[in-house]
Ligand binder design. Structure first.
Ligand code: 9MR
Length: 396
C-alpha cells in the first residue's frame, strides 16, 4: 500500500517535472522502460552529466566509452578541450575542433553542455604565462587579453552552452601559505580579485542566456563558519557580495572531489550548504563528482577485505551528494568527473600514495556499487521531500 502510494506520487512528479523543467533539461521525454541515469533523473527535472575525454570518445578501439557517454548522461563537460591552453595554444590562433566536436556530440544525443572553463589559473597557454613573467605583457594588456578571451569563447559557443564555469578555484585552501583563506593564483596575483566580477560581466555580455557559475572544490558543506578557514563560508560571502553588487552570477558549482580516506559529510550537511546558496538566489550544481580511494598493496593484490570497504564508502559518498542535490530544488545538475576508472584523472594525479577507483564504472565498464547507489536514489526518491527542480533564469 505504502509502496503503491509512493509510486503514484512518483507518477505525479514525472508529470510535473515534464511541465516545469523542460527548459532546464535535455529534450527527451521520460521513458518508463529506460533505466539509464539520464532517464531516471528526468522524473526530478535533474540533468546527470559526465566530463568527457575527447581522446577516449574518439577511440574506435573503445566504443563502450562513447555508448555510455551518450546513453547514461544528459549533460556533458569537456574535461580539457575548452580550457585556454587547448583553445588558444598559439596567441591569436584558436583551435575549436575538439570542443566543437563535443558540442556536436551533445546535440546528436539531446544533451546539454556545461562549459568548462573561462578563467582558471591552471592550463593556461605558455605564451600567456611567459609573456606576463618576462614583462612583455603588461597588467593593462593582461586584463584586455582576459576580456577578449572570455568574449571570443562565449561568443563562439553562444546559444550552445547551458552553464558556464566562468571562474574556477579562485580561493585558496587552508594548507596554502598564508593559511588564512584568500584569493589565490595567477589572476588574483596579477589583476586583483576584481577580475571575478569583470569575468561574469564579460561573459553575460557575450551570451545573455547561459547560466554563469562560480566553480570550486571543498565547498560541499560548511565547517567553522569562519571565512578565515572555512572555504564554503568564504565562497558564500564572495557570492553574496557579487550579488549585492549586481554582478550577473547565476550559480555555484560544487565540484565534489571526495576521497574515502576522509571524514566527508552527511546528506543534511550538504543540503544545508546548497540551501544557503539558494537563499542568495543562486542555482547550484555538482560539477565534478568522484570519490577516490587509496590503492594499498592489498587493494592492488585484489584483497577483497580491502577493496569492498572502499567500494562501499565510495558509493555512500556519491549517494550523499546526489541525495542532497535531489533534496534542494535549485540544484540543477549532477556531473561526474569521468564515469569509468579506465579514464580518470585520479591515478595520474595522486601517486604517493597511489589513489584510484574514483568513478562509477570499473575499468571494464562494469557498473560499481556507486552507480547502483545513484540509480537507487533516482528511482526511490519522490515527493514530499524530493520535488522537481526550479529552473534558474539568467540574471541581467
Ligand atoms: O581532469 C583534468 C585532468 O585531465 C587535467 O590534467 C587537470 C589539469 O589541471 O585538470 C583536470 O580537471 C580539473 C578541472 O578542470 C578543475 N577541477 C579539478 C579537476 C581535477 O584536477
Amino acid at each position: 500500500m505504502k509502496l503503491r502510494r509512493w509510486i503514484a506520487a512518483g507518477a505525479v512528479a514525472v508529470a510535473t517535472a515534464a511541465v516545469l523543467t523542460s527548459p532546464a533539461t535535455a529534450g527527451r521525454p521520460y521513458d518508463p522502460t529506460d533505466q539509464s541515469l539520464r532517464n531516471l533523473a528526468l522524473r526530478h527535472g535533474l540533468a546527470v552529466g559526465t566530463a568527457v575525454d575527447l581522446a577516449a570518445l574518439n577511440d574506435p578501439a573503445d566504443p563502450r566509452y562513447r555508448e555510455l557517454a551518450a546513453s547514461e548522461f544528459s549533460t556533458v563537460t569537456a574535461e580539457n578541450a575548452m580550457k585556454w591552453e587547448s583553445l588558444e595554444p598559439t596567441r591569436g590562433t584558436y583551435n575549436w575542433g575538439p570542443a566543437d566536436e563535443l558540442v556536436t556530440f551533445a546535440r546528436q544525443h539531446d544533451q546539454r553542455v556545461r562549459g568548462h572553463v573561462l578563467v582558471w589559473h591552471n592550463q593556461l597557454p605558455a605564451w600567456l604565462t611567459n609573456g606576463v613573467a618576462d614583462g612583455s605583457i603588461s597588467t593593462a594588456e593582461l586584463r584586455d587579453i582576459l576580456r577578449r578571451h572570455i568574449t571570443n569563447v562565449v561568443t563562439h559557443f553562444k546559444g550552445r552552452i547551458w552553464q558556464w564555469d566562468v571562474v574556477n578555484e579562485a580561493v585558496s585552501d587552508p594548507w596554502d601559505t598564508p593559511s588564512t583563506l584568500h584569493y589565490k593564483g595567477f589572476w588574483a596575483e596579477h589583476l586583483g580579485p576584481g577580475y571575478i566580477a569583470d569575468a561574469f560581466r564579460w561573459a553575460r555580455a557575450a551570451d545573455p542566456h547561459a547560466l554563469l557559475f562560480y566553480n570550486d572544490y571543498n565547498i560541499e558543506a560548511f565547517g567553522s563558519r569562519d571565512p578565515a578557514n572555512d572555504k564554503t563560508q568564504f565562497v558564500y560571502d564572495m557570492a553574496k557580495q557579487l550579488r549585492a553588487k549586481g554582478v550577473p552570477i547565476d550559480g555555484i558549482g560544487s565540484q565534489g572531489h571526495l576521497g574515502t580516506q576522509y571524514g566527508n559529510f552527511d546528506t543534511f550537511q550538504v543540503v544545508e550548504a546548497l540551501r544557503k546558496f539558494a537563499g542568495l538566489g543562486l542555482a547550484t550544481a555538482f560539477t565534478e563528482v568522484d570519490v577516490r580511494s587509496q590503492l594499498t598493496e592489498g587493494v592492488q593484490a585484489g584483497n577483497e577485505a580491502e577493496i569492498n570497504p572502499r567500494l562501499q564508502a565510495a558509493a555512500a559518498n556519491f549517494d550523499v551528494l546526489l541525495q542532497a542535490c535531489l533534496a534542494e530544488r535549485h540544484c540543477l545538475s549532477f556531473t561526474v568527473w569521468g564515469f569509468t576508472d579506465k579514464h580518470s584523472w585520479v591515478p595520474g594525479w595522486f601517486t604517493d600514495p597511489p589513489e584510484g577507483m574514483a568513478t562509477i564504472y570499473d575499468e571494464n565498464y562494469q557498473p560499481k556499487r556507486a552507480y547502483q547507489a545513484l540509480k537507487a536514489d533516482l528511482i526511490y526518491s519522490g515527493p514530499p521531500y524530493v520535488l522537481p527542480r526550479i529552473p534558474q533564469r539568467p540574471r541581467r
